[in-house]
Ligand binder design. Structure first.
Ligand SMILES: [Zn+2]
Length: 420
């Protein structure tokens, strides 16, 4: 069902996303990093949209936008809805921002109606990790993990997180006041899928059941550099040929584990000349799955294959772990309610795993968290071509309104309190 009114509200959300995309550090493309001047414009613009709704608006000491829409009664618990306002360089208009502006749209669509719980719209200051090479600075503040060590991290100009906060006119000593209230019922995040799955399934929305865990490793194959013209094929120890055989194996093995993704995304060769057999090949391996156990088994398997290939070719192989991130389950109760809400919009509910990290996985440390993905045309994200369909935004608004009604009617939900 698409009426003129419903199309207008979706178009309004899209127009606002595009307007915020113009608040940028770069003249011809969108780049809005942690507490950069355009972030202030972004806060002011969202405040201008939220204040007429009776929302109390502030920017917390970690630079997160917080807009609180009160409940029907004082001292009621609150539900957080939001996403991030920072972007990558040369960004699209929807990654993160859409989730914040959908939250604002849901409040508008309540037309002044108050719920048994308050709704706090959150626009996180930092999720992408662009300025400080450390992601989730904004959401970490809400779970009490924006600590001294993180405040000391410096950007390329030598400005620390602490200094950036002060330069923006905020007080790092007030970071504890950014933490979640004890009566927080949960966190809900709308986000573009940033992948091709929903488009392939021809579905506008999905409930995210988990955010995949991740292992990132570096592998180094060591052989013997030698003359490419004078060394016969049977007398070589070619590190790059060994690495190449293993890359093919990674792809084949990953296909054997349902839901697993494994990527060799970077390779460096020494000495790296056309007429020299490679003595060394350094590769990265990124493995993700919603089950930590399956991810662990896959990594072990790939490690064993690398050793077998190296041994057969007279090479040696070393590996080191760069990053391990455990999988994070989204809240099963909220997921069930999201599926019911999607069904009410006339769409088939779908559950999927997020291969990318999101603020929801940080919030899940303290409160029940859930995510709703929107179909991403072409699966394109982190690019100016990033897009979203008006009818999918409309479905997201409908889904969000059904969800709020369901939660408002659920005594089970309102009895929940923070795990903080
Ligand atoms: Zn994002």
């Amino acid at each position: 069902m698409r009426t003129a009114e419903t199309t207008n509200r979706a178009a309004g959300v899209i127009a606002r996303c595009q307007r915020l995309a113009s608040f940028s550090e770069d003249p011809d493309s969108t780049r809005r990093t942690f507490l950069s001047p355009p972030m202030r414009d972004c806060h002011q613009e969202i405040a201008r949209w939220m204040e007429p709704l009776g929302a109390q608006v502030r920017v917390d000491a970690a630079g997160n936008f917080r807009g609180f829409y009160p409940a029907a009664r004082p001292n009621a618990p609150r539900l957080l809805i939001g996403s991030h306002l920072d972007t990558v360089p040369n960004a699209g208009a929807y990654d993160g921002i859409l989730g914040v502006l959908l939250a604002v749209a849901l409040l508008e669509e309540l037309h002044g109606r108050r719920l048994p719980f308050g709704i706090e719209v959150v626009g996180f200051s930092e999720e992408e990790g662009v300025r400080f090479s450390t992601p989730f600075i904004g959401s970490r503040a809400l779970v009490g993990r924006l600590d001294q060590e993180l405040l000391d991290v410096q950007d390329v100009r030598g400005i620390s997180v602490r200094k950036a906060i002060e330069e923006f006119g905020l007080n790092p000593k007030e970071i504890p006041q950014a933490e979640l209230e004890n009566n927080t019922l949960g966190y809900l995040e709308f986000h573009i899928e940033q992948g091709p799955v929903l488009e392939k399934l021809n579905l506008p929305l999905a409930a995210v059941e988990a955010i995949a865990g991740q292992s990132r490793l570096q592998f180094t194959f060591l052989g013997r550099a030698n003359h490419a013209g004078t060394t016969p094929m049977d007398l070589r120890c070619d590190a790059l040929a060994g690495a190449a055989e293993w890359i093919g194996t990674v792809e084949r093995i990953a296909q054997g584990f349902a839901g697993l993704v494994a990527t060799v995304g970077k390779i460096e060769v020494n000495p790296g000349a056309a007429n020299v057999i490679a003595g060394e090949a350094r590769l990265t391996l990124d493995v993700r799955h919603s089950s930590d156990e399956i991810r662990g088994r896959a990594v072990e398997d790939l490690l064993r294959r690398a050793q077998e290939i190296a041994a057969r070719r007279g090479l040696s192989v070393r590996e080191s772990t760069l990053l391990i991130q455990q999988a994070v389950a989204m809240d099963p109760f909220l997921n069930g309610e999201i599926e019911r809400a999607i069904l009410k919009t006339g769409c088939k509910p779908h559950r999927m795993v997020s291969g990318a990290g999101h603020d929801a996985m940080i919030l899940a440390e303290k409160v029940p968290a859930a995510m709703i993905f929107l179909r991403t045309p072409g699966g394109v994200s982190h690019d100016p071509k990033e897009a979203v369909a008006g009818e999918d935004v409309e479905k997201a608004i409908q889904c969000g309104l059904h969800l709020l009604d369901q939660l408002a009617a659920s005594s089970e939900f309102q009895k929940r309190t923070s795990r903080a």
